[in-house]
Ligand binder design. Structure first.
Ligand code: NAD
Length: 507
């Protein structure tokens, strides 16, 4: 496995994967940090425009043969790929830990959720079956076919360097497309590693390519005529830009954006379950998940008082630190992001909220320069506060006090994001009402992170998703294919088309 070449500075340079080879051509180098120690550990090659075009050309050249490869053969490569991902899980998780800062079991969880998408893609011959109707007219049969789009591009965020790319390319590939992936430039090593494993699994050169880069590389993918479709996952302002630019250039696009996920805590909720699961959902992965529960809306002051008292108690025993199974979560991605999170906590305080547990000045012994933010709990938050309106993307849980369930639902519905939400209750009628009416794409009932499994599809509503189809699963198959309808008759002596000038109908 090529884990980068050593550059002039003595530091490893993470390159691109084009046409089956790792290349480190660059217009400039960008630093990659280990967020736990706060130091630069590698550099990533930022692709010049011609190199992105080379990757697109490689994918375009590989398309005709790959398109004609039977789905079962494409699926067999995915079977081998799944096995390789499992065999190399330690290396992949370690790279995630080094550059993202995720702790060991969280990295393993991310990889496992990614592998589940490979498992779904292994069913290619089944999921690509069209629909067949015999005798739609005398001697006429009709069937639908799902055909690939051609070269498709994926652009992915830093917070899941393995899982989110795996949401995209295994399915796109088994559908017969070729792929160019532009991973996050902040933690590209795990993505490059899993990309190279595809070659080992038997994928022909050029079918899958990776270019590392920034906005310039993305803009080339968005505007190049040879790219048919773009899948994006990242923040909402960038998602809006990607969607408008890709569609203006005639491409199919799905762009998943940011989030602000609320949990409603009803007076009859099982409080032990609420507290245990909220802690993990709010602070797991340092809150850097698009499904993180960052706001709890407690219905009634009594329940809010109980909730904050129990959360405060349990938060005393959270452990924050480096890549190890002993810790609950690690650092955030960059120094700038650490400062931004702390600034939101300060703004909440200045705008009248009460900081009950303050993670701003945490120091981890031996890792004083790491980008750590401690678990933070803020009470008496209101919907006009900046900390409420924005996606903080850090280990910060905010409490809003509502009078009724309907008030709590109105708060959620009025927020610009609609990715995930959860209700904690023992009342089935209330839960059903909530699930049916709430303006959010993924709903949990006593489940804090309702991330759909790989054989369903993932996607939010409102400003959390731009495009018509959700990611992976059945919607992913639709996104990565184009439907064709074929209608057939074999004329024979007593069954020939007559000349008809009216719209054909069954007579
Ligand atoms: P980001 O938007 O900064 O970057 C995402 C990708 O876009 C990266 O590959 C980056 O290089 C590229 N990019 C950044 N700025 C760009 C620009 N101006 N023009 C073109 N490309 C650009 O996101 P991030 O900080 O890497 O990831 C965190 C965000 O992703 C959060 O908002 C989180 O909610 C969101 N996210 C959403 C989901 C989801 O499923 N909805 C999943 C994971 C992450």
């Amino acid at each position: 496995m090529n884990n980068g070449v050593t550059g002039e500075s003595g530091m490893k340079i993470i390159g691109h994967f084009i046409n089956g080879r790792v290349v480190d051509i660059h217009s400039r180098l960008q630093e990659i940090y280990n967020p736990a120690i706060g130091d630069v550990i590698r550099q990533v090659a930022i692709a010049p425009k011609f190199l992105v075009e080379d990757a697109i050309a490689a994918a375009q050249a590989a398309f005709p043969a790959w398109r004609d490869t039977p789905p079962i053969q494409r699926a067999r490569i995915m079977f081998r790929y799944k096995q390789l991902l499992e065999e190399h899980a330690d290396e992949i998780c370690s790279l995630i830990g080094q550059e993202h800062g995720k702790i060991l079991h969280d990295a393993a969880g991310e990889l496992q959720r990614g592998i589940e998408n490979v498992e779904y893609a292994c069913g290619a011959p089944e999921i690509l079956k069209g629909e067949f109707s015999k005798n739609v007219g005398a001697g006429i049969n009709s069937w639908s076919d799902f055909q690939p789009l051609g070269v498709v591009a994926g652009i992915t965020p830093f917070n899941f360097p393995a899982m989110v790319p795996l949401w995209m390319f295994p399915l796109a590939l088994v559908c017969g497309n070729t792929f160019v992936l532009k991973p996050s430039e902040r933690d590209p090593s795990a993505t490059l590693y899993i990309g190279q494993l595809l070659k080992e699994a038997g994928l022909p050169d050029g079918v899958f390519n990776i270019v590392n880069g920034d906005k310039d590389a993305v803009d080339t993918l968005l505007t190049d005529k040879r790219v048919s479709a773009v899948s994006f996952v990242g923040s909402t302002p960038v998602a809006q830009y990607i969607y408008s630019t890709a569609t203006a250039h005639g491409k199919r696009c799905q762009a998943l954006g940011g989030a602000k996920n609320h949990a409603i805590v009803m007076p009859d909720a099982d409080m032990e379950n609420v507290v245990s699961s909220l802690l993990g959902a709010a602070f797991g992965s340092s809150g850097e998940r698009c499904m993180a529960l960052s706001v709890a809306v407690a219905v009634g002051d009594d329940i809010a008082d109980q909730l904050v008292a129990q959360l405060q108690e349990r938060m005393k025993s959270l452990t924050i630190g480096v890549y190890s199974d002993k810790n609950d979560f690690g650092p955030v991605i960059t120094r700038e992001h650490q400062q931004k999170i702390c600034a939101y906590i300060t703004s909440a305080e200045q705008q009248g909220a009460k900081i009950l547990v303050d993670g701003r000045n945490i120091k981890i012994s031996g890792y004083e320069n790491g980008f750590f933010v401690g678990a933070t709990l803020i009470d008496y938050v209101t919907t006009n506060m900046d900390s409420y309106k924005a996606e903080i993307f850090g280990p910060v849980l905010q409490i809003i006090r509502a009078k009724t369930m309907q008030d709590a639902m109105n708060i959620i519905d009025e927020h610009e994001y609609g990715n995930g939400t959860c209700i904690y209750t023992r009342d089935g009628e209330a839960a059903n009402y909530f699930a049916d009416r709430i303006q959010v794409g993924m709903v949990g009932i006593n489940i804090p992170l309702p991330v759909p499994v790989a054989y369903h599809s993932f996607g939010g509503w409102k400003n959390s998703l731009f495009g018509d189809l959700h990611a992976y699963g059945p919607d992913g198959v639709r996104f990565y294919t184009r439907r064709k309808m074929i209608t057939q008759r074999w004329p024979s002596a007593n069954l020939r088309e007559r000349t008809e000038f009216s719209m054909p109908t069954m007579k």
